[in-house]
Design a protein around this ligand. Structure first.
Ligand SMILES: Cc1ncc(COP(=O)(O)O)c(C=O)c1O
Length: 394
């Protein structure tokens, strides 16, 4: 069959790397899964049962989403700094659909798109379908390198910038307050849309929460994406997109064309859930659990990691970045050494469009059982030492 060109770009994005072959002995630091012990199964079961008592839950509704839920999420975001209302918020199938719809709205083949390097693999998989011209802005400890970004904007036509300002996937970095303001100023100056992806915003384990980039939006050019995946359950496929009216009109039309609407049943269940439980207390519990896991992982890495590897120090989210010595091919190392040692990471190769991050890797501390983290890190560290020796010997 002669498939459309967009398929190849998406097939080659490397999403499958996240799901390594089943190995019962493996300790995986790869997939960005929430800790399954943290799903509020009982409360969701009750909420689902309650939603099912209403016949409307089984019917078509509309592509905007269930209005009471939109209002609840808008209130949550207003408390987080984004002054919005349910009117300016649309329900999506996870943040992933928000990425896809925004890219579909903005990008013709060849259009300029800036991404952080490294960035979220799933976003690249979505963007590849629209065949953009990519530009990479390197990640720094305080977020995207804005000097590099400005250079790109001055020398190329760019339509959109994709950023994960809070506990970035995959580095765990947080964009500084000053950079948030400056990013919007640059977007205004060069007439660019900012796609702000914020699924980890509510998972801060220490330090002060910074306002979303959307808060500094003066010209209606920032699209904010939220998600229940990391803070409630990814199988709900429930996310939201906040944008100003002009953008929203396009997004709403594209959402209808893509999948008509998100499940009315799930939306009503989540709405029920939010009105029945103390959601801030649930979030506090998540933070406590993930903070402990992060601490165990950081302690173990500081203790065992070979000297020529460095790690980031995330204040929240699910991930940290492991940087190996120059010349190391983390993909090969994973295949030849890590997987046989029953430990896995996400190698950096596919985490930037130009494959510029080959000697690094993403590690998650969220999904593994807390008791597996230290032994997993020991395996990882031993395998990395062995691998680095092999690389030097070549
Ligand atoms: C930065 C980022 N954006 C979006 C997603 C997709 O999330 P969702 O399940 O809400 O579609 C993820 C999931 O890993 C992510 O890390």
């Amino acid at each position: 069959m002669k498939f459309a060109k967009r398929v190849a770009g998406t097939q080659n994005a490397g999403l499958n790397d996240l799901y390594t072959a089943p190995d019962p002995q493996q300790i995986s630091f790869a997939g960005g899964y929430p800790d399954p012990a943290m799903f509020p199964q009982k409360a969701l079961q009750v909420a689902m049962g309650e939603a099912m008592t209403n016949r409307a839950a089984f019917q078509y509704a509309d592509s905007w989403g269930f209005r009471p839920l939109r209002d609840q999420l808008a209130a949550m975001m207003a408390a987080d700094g984004i002054k919005t209302s349910g009117e300016h918020l649309i329900i999506t199938q996870g943040a992933q659909q928000g990425i896809d719809l925004t890219a579909r709205l903005m990008l013709n083949p060849g259009d300029g798109l800036v991404v952080e390097a490294p960035t979220y693999l799933g976003a690249l998989a979505a963007f590849n379908q629209y065949e953009p011209t990519y530009y990479e802005a390197p990640m720094q400890a305080d977020g995207m390198d804005l000097v590099a970004l400005k250079k790109i904007l001055m020398t190329h036509q760019v339509k959109m910038i994709y950023t994960v300002p809070d506990f970035q996937n995959p580095t765990g970095a947080v964009m500084s307050l000053e950079k948030r303001r400056a990013l919007v100023r640059l977007a205004n100056q060069f007439d660019v849309l900012i796609l702000e992806d914020g699924p980890y915003r509510f998972l801060r384990y220490e330090g002060t929460t910074l306002p979303p980039v959307k808060v500094f939006d003066t010209e209606g050019r920032v699209v904010f994406l939220g998600s229940m995946s990391k803070i409630l359950s990814p199988s709900l496929r429930l996310g939201w997109l906040i944008a100003d009216p002009e953008i929203m009109a396009g997004i709403e039309a594209l959402k209808g064309a893509a999948d008509v609407e998100s499940s009315a049943l799930i939306q009503r269940a989540v709405s029920q859930y939010l009105s029945r439980v103390d959601f801030p207390a649930h979030l506090a519990q998540l933070r406590k659990t993930y903070r402990q896991k992060r601490d165990v992982m950081l302690d173990a890495l500081h203790c065992h990691l070979p000297a020529d590897f460095t790690i980031t120090d995330p204040q929240g989210g699910f991930f940290l970045w492991l940087q190996g010595p120059k010349g190391l091919d983390m993909t090969a190392l994973q295949r030849e050494v890590l997987l046989p040692a029953h430990v896995s990471v996400v190698a950096g190769r596919n985490l930037s469009p130009a494959h510029s991050m080959v000697s690094g890797a993403r590690l998650t501390f969220a999904a593994p059982a807390i008791g597996d983290i230290e032994p997993g890190v020991q395996r990882l560290a031993a395998a990395l030492s062995q691998g680095a020796r092999q690389v030097q010997a070549r």
